[in-house]
Design a protein around this ligand. Structure first.
Ligand code: UDP
Ligand code: MG
Length: 341
C-alpha cells in the first residue's frame, strides 16, 4: 500500500506558479509498450490512472501494441473507447521493446514523457517522485531499482559483467540500475528523436544525450501476469548490440593483438634459430605446431567474427528501413486531455 505524503498537485498548472522556482508542465504523455499483455491492461490502468489524476495535468496514455498474438489490442481499444486519454498504436508485427518505445515516443506530444512497463513491475506510484525531481530541474529522471533480488543469480551475474565490459570498451557512462522506467523532458525526447540510428540501445542513448539526470529509487515488483519476453539468448544479442553501438575498441584491439603476436613469433623464431645453429638441438615439431596453428586460427576467427558483428550492423543501418511499421492508430485525433473533476 502506498501512502502519499501530501495531496497537492504535482504538476501545478495554475498561472500563479508558472514563474516560480519549480518547473511546471501542462501536459504529460505516458508511453506503455505491450506485447501479449492482455491480462495486465486493466489492472495497470487501475493503478496508473489515480496517479495521473493527482498530477492534474493534461495526460495521454499511449499504448504501443508490439504485434501481440493475444487480445492485447482489443483490450486497449476497449479502454480507448472509455477514456479519451488512452491511445493505441498497433505495430504491424513484433518489432521488440526498443522499437515499440520509439514508436510511442515519436507520437507523444506531452511536455513530459514517462515510459513504463505494463506488467506492473514498475509501480506507477513512483511517478509522483519522478515528476517532483523533474520540477526541481532534472531533465531525465530514471527509476533506479533498489535491488535485483527478483532475478536469478545467473542474470544478476550477467548484468554485472555486462556493465563492467561495457564500461571498459565504450565511451559513454551508463546510468547503472536504470531500466526503461524513465521520465524524459520534452527537450530530451526531441534530442532522442533526432538520432537516426536504427539499432537502438536506449539506455546508452539516454547517457549519450547528456542533460541533467536524477535517479529515484523503486522496488521492482514481480510480474503481474504472463511471463517475461527476455530469454537469455535475446539478452546476449542485446548486450552485443549495446557494445557495438557505443564502442569501437573491439574493432581496434586486433591491431595490437596482431602486433603482439607478430613480435612474439619473431622472438620465438630467433630462439629456434639459435637453438639449432649454436647448440644443434633438433626442434621438436608436432605439438608446438598444432598449438600455434589452432591458437592463431582461433584468434583470427574471433577477430573476423567481431568485424562481422559490426559489419552486419552497418548493413542494417545502411538499409535505412524504418524502425517500426504502424498498422493502426486509435485515439490520436485527441489532444492531451484534461479530465473534468
Ligand atoms: N515488450 C514489448 N515487446 C517485446 C517484449 C516486451 O513491447 O518484444 C514490453 C512488455 O509488454 C512489457 C515491457 O516491454 O511492457 C517489458 O517486458 P518484460 O516484462 O517481458 O521484460 P522484463 O520486465 O523482464 O525486462
Ligand atoms: Mg517485466
Amino acid at each position: 500500500e502506498f501512502v502519499f505524503e501530501q495531496d497537492i498537485p504535482l504538476i501545478d498548472t495554475t498561472p500563479a506558479n508558472q514563474n516560480g522556482s519549480a518547473r511546471s508542465a501542462a501536459s504529460l504523455s505516458v508511453v506503455v509498450p505491450a506485447y501479449n499483455e492482455a491480462g495486465n491492461i486493466r489492472a495497470f490502468l487501475d493503478r496508473l490512472l489515480p496517479c495521473l489524476d493527482r498530477t492534474r495535468a493534461a495526460c495521454e496514455i499511449i499504448f504501443v501494441d508490439d504485434g501481440s498474438a493475444d487480445k492485447t489490442p482489443v483490450c486497449v481499444a476497449e479502454q480507448c473507447a472509455l477514456d479519451a486519454r488512452i491511445k493505441l498504436i498497433r505495430l504491424s508485427r513484433n518489432f521488440g521493446k526498443e522499437a515499440a518505445l520509439n514508436a510511442g515516443l515519436s507520437h507523444a506530444v506531452g511536455d513530459l514523457v514517462i515510459q513504463i512497463d505494463v506488467d506492473l513491475q514498475h509501480p506507477p506510484e513512483t511517478i509522483d517522485a519522478m515528476i517532483k525531481e523533474w520540477s526541481l530541474g532534472a531533465d531525465i529522471v530514471y527509476a533506479k531499482r533498489n535491488s535485483r533480488q527478483d532475478e536469478s543469480w545467473m542474470r544478476r551475474f550477467l548484468a554485472r559483467s555486462f556493465y563492467r565490459v561495457f564500461g571498459l570498451i565504450c565511451d559513454v557512462k551508463l546510468m547503472e540500475g536504470a531500466g526503461d522506467f524513465i521520465l524524459l523532458d520534452r527537450k530530451v525526447v526531441d534530442a532522442l528523436m533526432q538520432l537516426p540510428e536504427r539499432g537502438r540501445f536506449t539506455k546508452g542513448l539516454y547517457a549519450w544525450v547528456g542533460f541533467r539526470r536524477k535517479a529515484v529509487p523503486f522496488d521492482v515488483a514481480p510480474r503481474a501476469h504472463g511471463q517475461s519476453g527476455w530469454p537469455l539468448l535475446k539478452l546476449a544479442r542485446f548486450a552485443m548490440d549495446a557494445m557495438t553501438a557505443f564502442g569501437s575498441l573491439p574493432l581496434k584491439v586486433w591491431t595490437y593483438i596482431g602486433l603482439l603476436l607478430a613480435f612474439a613469433s619473431t622472438l620465438y623464431g630467433a630462439v629456434i634459430f639459435v637453438q639449432k645453429l649454436a647448440f644443434g638441438i633438433d626442434v621438436p615439431g608436432y605439438a608446438s605446431l598444432m598449438v600455434a596453428v589452432c591458437f592463431l586460427s582461433g584468434v583470427q576467427l574471433l577477430g573476423l567474427g567481431i568485424m562481422g558483428e559490426y559489419v552486419s550492423r552497418i548493413f542494417a543501418e545502411v538499409k535505412q528501413r524504418p524502425m517500426f511499421l504502424v498498422q493502426e492508430r486509435i485515439g490520436f485525433d485527441q489532444r492531451p486531455y484534461m479530465p473534468q473533476t
